[in-house]
Design a protein around this ligand. Structure first.
Ligand code: ATP
Length: 417
């Protein structure tokens, strides 16, 4: 049936393309679609697979595509970025490029707080190698960070790392597949935000690459650049202690001893005015900040910052009102403007405070509140309990708040995001 439909759709008369050929053509098209999600017909036991030779040709052509960068554009991008690299960035650039070109297979860690130009450096290295038709796979631990890298993907998706990697886990990459071939031909892997990923994920990739490359060198002898800032988020271990998070970080891995660590210190983002604030933030991260506890609040702060009126909100009778007034001025007239909303945000460490701030903001917005409730009856299970409603009263269930599950009550007003 599929063949007939295709014949009609593509208007292939049977004397031109035989059924067998059309079947191969169809299978190849399906394979191409599957490859976009790193899957293959071979993963489905009840599906036929295309002819081996054809498959090889398809994979080769896709690999060629991976190398089909716009060389003049990559080169021009590279040259303009390269020209402004600072001394620290240049040192890392030289070391990485040397390792790739001389196939030294070194492992690097670029340690830099936000704004020290890590992304800028990655982009320079990527455009250099792509202008030479070399394959670079840029990945990041989170999707958001992956978006900042040209052609970036999350590490878990790119390398098919199982979600609950243990200390003997391998990536789900089979030899002979397109992904395996792509990785074998890759000359550099860049992995941003490395500190927030469990070391088991790096170790799974390490084992998989050693296997694919038949080499006992770290990551199978490929040059790998890890980057990030250990002051930021460490791996999250459900129900785990601080110690568990620390033990899960990449610098507790057996790989760390082969790592060449480079540090970027110069902040490239700030105007001189904000430098002091940036330095203080770093000091807090390093645990060496000057500590001044004020009567108004119990946060770590420093004398200079207390003096800087632009950085401190003094009204603490109603802190939420104070921060909302500062951040969302003219809310009543502007809350429907997309740009106004996308330009501001209030960050809080806990969801409880998010709910409080949202409620406060919603109250400020004109109009009537409409409340929407979640379903609140208990699904009766197989157990022989007499009164399941008695054990889990709806009032109790409705009070629960989890991340990933909407609260019981959703309050909305027209125009409120
Ligand atoms: N050598 C440089 N010359 C000119 N501008 C630079 C240079 N390095 C970085 N920048 C600029 O400084 C800003 C911060 O750099 P970048 O985003 O690369 O930092 P980052 O370390 O990746 O920060 P984050 O960790 O917050 O993502 C960017 O606007 C970038 O274009």
């Amino acid at each position: 049936d599929i063949l007939h439909t295709l014949r009609r759709k593509f208007d292939f008369p049977s004397y031109q393309v035989g059924d067998a050929e059309l079947e191969q053509y169809t299978l190849l098209e399906i394979e191409k679609l599957l490859l976009q999600s790193d899957k293959s017909l071979a993963d489905y036991s009840d599906m036929p697979t295309p002819d081996k030779e054809l498959l090889k040709a398809l994979r080769n052509s896709l690999l060629q595509e991976e190398k089909r960068y716009n060389v003049p554009k990559e080169l021009a991008d590279h040259n303009s970025l390269f020209a402004t690299l600072n001394k620290e960035q240049r040192e890392v650039y030289d070391a990485v490029i040397e390792s790739v070109i001389e196939k030294k297979g070194k492992l690097f860690f670029v340690y830099g707080p936000g704004g020290t130009g890590k992304t800028f450096l990655y982009k320079t290295i990527i455009s250099r190698l792509r202008s030479e038709k070399k394959i670079v796979l840029p990945v990041a631990s989170s999707g958001i960070a992956a978006l900042l890298l040209p052609g970036g993907r999350t590490a878990h998706s790119r390398f098919k790392i199982p979600l609950n990697a243990l200390d003997d886990t391998m990536c789900n990459i089979n030899k002979g597949t397109f992904v395996a071939e792509l990785i074998i031909q890759t000359e550099l892997i860049i992995w941003d935000e490395a500190p927030m990923t469990h070391r088991h994920a790096f170790e799974a990739l390490d084992r998989t690459l050693r296997d694919l490359m038949s080499s006992e060198r770290p990551f199978g002898g490929k040059t790998v650049v890890l980057g990030g800032d250990f002051r930021q988020i460490l791996p999250v271990i459900p129900q785990g202690s601080r110690q568990d998070s620390i033990m899960a970080a990449i610098n507790r891995s057996y790989l760390w001893s082969s790592c060449h660590v480079y540090e970027l210190k110069q902040n490239m983002r700030l105007n001189p005015d904000e430098k002091q604030f940036a330095k203080w933030l770093l000091d807090v991260g390093d645990g060496v900040a000057e500590e001044v506890k004020t009567s108004e609040n119990e946060i770590l702060t420093s004398q200079e910052i207390l003096m800087d009126e632009r950085l401190l909100l003094r009204n603490t009778k109603h802190p939420i009102a104070a921060i909302v007034a500062e951040c969302y001025e003219d809310l009543q007239t502007s809350y429907t403007k997309q740009e106004y909303l996308t330009e501001r945000a209030i960050l809080t460490p806990k969801n409880d405070a998010v709910d409080e701030v949202n409620q406060f903001l919603l109250d400020q917005i004109p109009g009537e509140v409409k409340e929407y409730y979640s379903s609140d009856s208990v699904a009766i299970g197989d157990s022989n309990m007499e009164d399941e409603n008695g054990i889990y009263p709806p009032e109790y269930l409705n009070s629960l708040k989890f991340s990933g599950l909407p609260n019981h009550v959703l309050s909305l007003k027209v125009g409120a995001p």
